[in-house]
Design a protein around this ligand. Structure first.
Ligand SMILES: NC(=O)c1ccc[n+]([C@@H]2O[C@H](COP(=O)([O-])OP(=O)(O)OC[C@H]3O[C@@H](n4cnc5c(N)ncnc54)[C@H](OP(=O)(O)O)[C@@H]3O)[C@@H](O)[C@H]2O)c1
Length: 193
């Protein structure tokens, strides 16, 4: 009897473009201080922000990231002419013209966004949205710029409860300011034994 040929192994289809969580993070794992502030982020002239922003045509963020940017009118910085997508169950789309609000079917809407042709999508923050998308398998890379500071408290890079995902290091760069920029690909979740 000849052995049966094994069926081809199923691999997840590559998305049209990647969702990349790129964020400045203190060494002890916070993306904002307790007041939501970011004045602990040190300057680094070696980072080419123009080139960085040019890699993306869509910015995806949670409401608590969007609102302070809107108040300080910083959504234009590097984002002008690009699509801004905000996840929120409470914002009214009519109050935010020019911005796409996702209020339901997060998985379906973000999957659809990821399958549209275009440049990569910058998951701009914050930790809460990162967590939701990580659980849904919708984060392709994690790219923290580790700032040489400890804060002791603040908004976490990834809020609880426990979740485990292994990452593959793809790039790392150290800058004179002490910033270390890491880039990881997110591995598929391991089956629990
Ligand atoms: N260091 C950096 O590079 C950096 C980058 C970005 C942000 N930040 C800072 O991080 C802080 C915000 O982060 P955060 O983690 O507190 O909040 P966040 O993820 O920005 O926003 C949380 C909000 O997003 C919506 N949301 C998240 N997951 C959702 C889901 N599954 N379904 C529906 N809506 C969902 C909810 O809005 P609703 O309550 O309206 O439903 C939720 O209250 C701010 O202080 C910001 O300045 C820092």
């Amino acid at each position: 009897m000849t052995p049966k040929a094994k069926p081809p192994r199923k691999t997840a289809a590559k998305p049209a473009r990647r969702i990349r969580y790129h964020v400045a993070c203190s060494l002890d794992g916070y993306i904002a201080d307790e007041d939501g502030g970011a004045d602990w982020i040190v300057d680094e002239p070696g980072i080419d922000f123009k080139e960085l922003f040019a890699q993306f045509d869509t910015f995806l963020m949670g409401r608590l990231t969007y609102e302070p940017m809107m108040r300080m009118n910083t959504t234009g910085m590097g984002m002008s002419g690009k699509e801004v997508v905000v996840v929120s169950r409470t914002l009214r789309p009519a109050d935010h013209p020019g911005v796409t609000i996702i209020s339901h079917d997060l998985e379906g809407r973000v999957r659809e966004l990821r399958e549209r042709p275009g440049k990569d999508i910058w998951l701009f923050g914050g930790g809460e949205l990162f967590r939701s998308l990580l659980e849904l398998g919708l984060v392709d890379t994690v790219e923290p710029a580790i700032i040489p500071v400890v804060l002791g408290a603040g908004r976490p890079f990834l809020p609880g409860p426990e979740i485990q995902r292994y990452l593959t290091l793809t790039t790392h760069r150290a800058y004179p300011s002490g910033i270390v920029w890491l880039e990881y690909e997110v591995q598929a979740p391991k089956a629990r034994r």
